[in-house]
Design a protein. Structure first.
Length: 129
C-alpha cells in the first residue's frame, strides 16, 4: 500500500525544515571533506609509489640481472627455433610450409629475441643456473 501523505508515495522523503536541511548539508560537507582527504592521501601514496618505481627503473642492472634477462630471451629463442626445425624436418606435419614461411618465422623470432633481451621479458628467476 502506498503512503498518500507525500505526493511521491514511499519514494519521496518528507519535507525538511530549514534547520534539518542545514544539518543534512553539514553532514554531507563533512562526508565530502573526509572523502577528499582520503583521495588526497591515496594520491600521495600513488605519487610515492610512482617516484619509487621511477627510481627503481633508473638503477643500472647488475651483471646477474642482465644475465637472467639474456638467459630468458635465449630460452624463448631456442623454443622458437626448435619449433621451426621441427616443422621443416617433418614435411607430413606441415606440407604447405614454405621456405619463405620458415624464414619469416625465424626473422620474427630474432626480432622478438632482441625485444625480450632489451625489455627483460622471459625472466626465469626460478630456474637453476
Amino acid at each position: 500500500m502506498l503512503d498518500d501523505t507525500y505526493p511521491g508515495g514511499l519514494n519521496e522523503a518528507p519535507p525538511m525544515t530549514d534547520e534539518e536541511r542545514a544539518q543534512e548539508i553539514d553532514k554531507l560537507r563533512e562526508i565530502h571533506q573526509t572523502n577528499m582527504r582520503n583521495i588526497n592521501a591515496a594520491n600521495d601514496m600513488i605519487d610515492l609509489d610512482i617516484k619509487g618505481l621511477a627510481l627503481e627503473l633508473q638503477k643500472p642492472k647488475t651483471d646477474y640481472e642482465r644475465f637472467i634477462d639474456e638467459r630468458g630471451a635465449a630460452q624463448i629463442l631456442r623454443d622458437d627455433v626448435c619449433w621451426v626445425v621441427g616443422l621443416t624436418t617433418d614435411p607430413t606435419s606441415a606440407p604447405q610450409l614454405t621456405v619463405e614461411m620458415a624464414h619469416d618465422r625465424l626473422k620474427a623470432a630474432l626480432e622478438a629475441h632482441d625485444a625480450n633481451r632489451d625489455n627483460g621479458l622471459g625472466d626465469f628467476e626460478g630456474t637453476q643456473i
